[in-house]
Design a protein around this ligand. Structure first.
Ligand code: PLP
Length: 377
């Protein structure tokens, strides 16, 4: 008899299936925006400008200094870094906080996971508003929290009445809302945040506003940081990955009541933030002026991109971020592929029919426009 004829179903399992893997991880694929070698990368909302020579020199010197102490564990509470982040938030949003209200970790992804480890868990729910960031369900799975969503309106804004009803019905321990939202670019106004907050107070849930793209918000769009004072259940997360052009360093942070920070210290791994990461981030923060000038240029390029797309008859979601969700295409995959064939990588994400493009340099935007005109001609 051939081997195939005698094989039992067990023999067809993959090597991973033979491990005692948690049931909810079986058959899953890891997070993976494609990392393709393409000339024009407009798919993961990075800042297209590499660090300046001055910033590189400052970071290199800071790493050299930190290296002298690498035989020791890092400063566990990263207090100096948290003070610098608080000073940055004061400059950026005009909100004064002290280090006891700021917490940092390896990317806002880790901050978010720590929030769910501390405030989610078995038997608990986290509520979000779809479409939204694709990582939220993963943090929930990894912290054994049940992820539930309410749909956004057709224009991707949040229907406040419906949201307040969902919080009351679901009684989540965490409400997670990105503003500006990924992949839509939609920012929350203050009235919406306040209405969600009141519902969260009634349900005793933490309201987490993920402001990964806050620095790109348009004039008149507020930051939820302005609402922190006197609201112990409000958490605002930020990151160095987008506006600050430091995605490779992995540094995210939050601002909240000191009690939230105390809770996260219970679940963080010991010495979670390396001395090198702390030093690199502090050095980068010394270059806030030059980075803020780049962000202003990117905001201008975003507004031009949106106007250009609309002038060509595309639908574009209102955006306060460094990307735009545009469409709608009967076959979005064909458009995505056509752009890729012309050396331009965008993201096939969001509701069917839509594509997301990040704001790049003027040359990258030219390449995108030329390619899109060819593909949709
Ligand atoms: C990119 C992004 C982040 C940032 O993640 P980091 O771990 O800080 O790099 C967080 N939230 C949203 C919605 C994002 O799009």
């Amino acid at each position: 008899m051939s081997e195939a004829a005698t094989a039992t179903p067990t023999d067809e399992r993959t090597p991973l299936d033979r491990l005692p893997l948690r049931a909810e991880l079986r058959g899953k694929v890891p997070y993976g925006a494609p990392q393709l070698d393409v000339p024009v990368l407009l798919n993961v909302n990075e800042n297209p400008y590499a660090p300046s020579d001055a910033l590189v020199a400052d970071v290199a010197a800071a790493v050299a200094e930190a290296t002298r102490g690498l035989n020791r564990y890092p400063e566990r509470d990263a207090v100096a870094l948290r003070e610098d982040l608080a000073a940055y938030l004061l400059r950026e949003s005009g909100v004064a906080l002290d280090a006891s209200r700021v917490w940092a970790a390896n990317g806002s992804n880790e901050v978010m996971l720590q929030l769910l480890q501390a405030f989610g868990g078995p038997g608990r729910r986290a509520l979000g508003f779809a479409p939204t960031y694709s990582m939220y369900p993963d943090y929930c799975r990894d912290s054994h929290t049940r992820w539930v969503t309410e749909p956004r309106r057709d224009d991707f804004t949040i229907d406040v009445e419906r949201a307040v009803g969902a919080i009351a019905d679901q009684q989540p321990s965490v409400v997670l809302v990105a503003s500006p939202n990924n992949p839509t670019g939609t920012a929350l106004d203050a009235a919406t945040v306040l209405a969600l907050y009141e519902a969260c107070v009634d349900a005793c849930s933490l309201l987490v506003v993920d402001e990964a793209y806050a620095e790109f918000r348009r004039p008149g769009t507020p930051s939820a940081l302005e609402l922190l004072e006197g609201r112990p259940l409000l958490v605002v997360t930020r990151t160095m990955s987008k506006a600050f052009a430091l995605a490779g360093a992995r540094l995210g942070y939050l601002a909240a009541d000191p009690a939230v920070v105390d809770a996260l210290q219970l679940v963080r791994l010991p010495y979670h933030l390396s001395a090198v990461t702390q030093a690199v981030t502090r050095a980068a923060l010394r270059h806030t002026d030059e980075l803020q000038a780049e962000v202003a240029a990117l905001r201008g390029a975003r507004d031009e991109l949106v106007a250009w797309l609309r002038a060509r008859g595309h639908e574009v979601a209102e955006t306060d971020a460094n990307f735009a969700l545009f469409g709608r295409f009967a076959d979005r995959h064909a458009v995505w592929q056509g752009l890729l064939d012309r050396g331009v990588l965008v993201r096939e994400t969001g509701p069917d029919g839509w594509l997301r493009v990040s704001v790049g340099t003027p040359a990258e935007m030219d390449a995108f426009r030329t390619a899109l005109e060819e593909v949709t001609a």
